[in-house]
Design a protein around this ligand. Structure first.
Ligand code: AVJ
Length: 339
């Protein structure tokens, strides 16, 4: 890895994404790109969207007129966090998975008033900033940040129950159904709810199925922010993996896949291209795509099956007037033996 030594670089005019300076690769990124680009349908996993530029672009997505999930979920939380707090009475600890900037957390903490808040996030930087802000806003609240990838088995500090997990943002939508069940089982175990006889709850936000044009517009906005978010993945390959991907030869695609019940994002080659990345040479033909994200959508019935298949019992569901998004309250089923 070459160090950046030219001091004029940081002061230069804003760099376009593909000219940005080299950066050290995120753990697992090179392996994921090597494996993903070698497949017949090329893929790069969605979790690599979120470098600094990608996280900033995602923040802009959440403010777009077409991207309804964030503001709809925030309104649902404002309206129904007190209902969730009443249903799950006596919660002492709230654990948030993938807390990120924790923008929605105060709405929940104000209603539940736990003693301890445990934000779990892969970004230690995000964690430190948001943990400090929350501690200030909620005097007396014990904040115990955990820097971990919530999608891999991770250790939590000993938790005082009852515990409520909080998983907003329809983040679960990025996981295929089997992986979603695995993750939800992991949450049940981590929160002490499965077979441990503990009392555990999960408040989870899931985007709903709806008209295809509404879904596709939410992932292909008029201002092109989602396109920039998707293309940043290739810019990141260039920055971190010595890539020579010609960004102008790719276009953003978002399309609903009815069979799987998901919005897919792809990066489509607009001409035959060849480039280097992660120590290999790659070729793509015009029209070929790299699949970069799945965003699964759940009907009410679909969400119920998901819960019951993964160790949780649906207790309540709150949705907006247009049925765009839903907040679900589930309770761990305690591992009771069934005949
Ligand atoms: C953060 C995974 C919930 O799937 O809607 C937004 C990410 N991708 N626009 C989603 C995303 C494109 C978002 N999640």
């Amino acid at each position: 890895m070459k160090a950046q030594t030219d001091p004029s670089r940081g002061a230069a005019a804003p760099l376009s994404l593909d000219q940005a300076p080299a950066a050290s690769p995120a753990p697992g990124f090179a392996d994921a790109v090597r494996a993903g680009l070698a497949r017949p349908q090329k893929i790069i996993p969605a979790r690599f969207f979120y470098d600094r530029a990608g996280s900033e672009l995602f923040e802009r997505i959440t403010e777009l007129p077409e991207y309804y999930p964030t503001r709809t979920e925030a309104a649902l939380l404002a309206a129904h966090a007190p209902d969730a707090a009443r249903a799950a009475a006596g919660v002492r600890t709230v654990v948030e998975f993938g807390s990120g900037s924790s923008a929605k957390t105060p709405l929940l903490l104000d209603a539940v008033r736990p003693r301890t808040y445990v934000p779990v996030d892969i970004s230690a930087e995000f964690l430190a900033v948001s943990a400090a802000a929350l501690a200030e806003r909620h005097p007396g609240l014990e904040v115990v940040p955990v820097a971990a990838d919530f999608a891999a088995p991770f250790a939590l500090p000993p938790l005082k129950g009852p515990v409520m997990g909080f998983f907003p943002g329809s983040t679960l939508g990025n996981f295929a159904h089997g992986a979603a069940v695995d993750l939800l089982r992991l949450f049940a175990r981590a929160l002490g709810g499965e077979a441990g006889g503990g009392d555990a709850w999960l408040l989870i936000g899931l985007d709903r199925r709806k008209a295809v044009d509404v879904l596709e517009r939410a992932y292909d906005d008029a201002a092109g922010v989602t396109a920039a978010f998707n293309l940043n993945l290739l810019a990141r390959v260039n920055r971190e993996l010595g890539g020579t991907v010609p960004l102008e030869a790719f276009r953003h695609r978002a399309r609903w896949n009815e069979r799987y019940g998901r919005v897919e994002m792809h990066l489509e080659a607009t001409r035959d291209v060849s480039f280097d990345a992660a120590g290999r040479s790659w070729r793509m033909t015009a029209g070929e795509t790299i699949h970069t994200e799945n965003s699964y959508k759940y009907s009410e019935a679909g969400a119920r099956v998901l819960a019951l298949a993964s160790g949780w019992v649906p207790v309540a569901e709150w949705t907006d007037a247009d049925g765009l998004f839903a907040l679900h309250l589930w309770r761990a089923d305690g591992g009771a033996m069934e005949p």
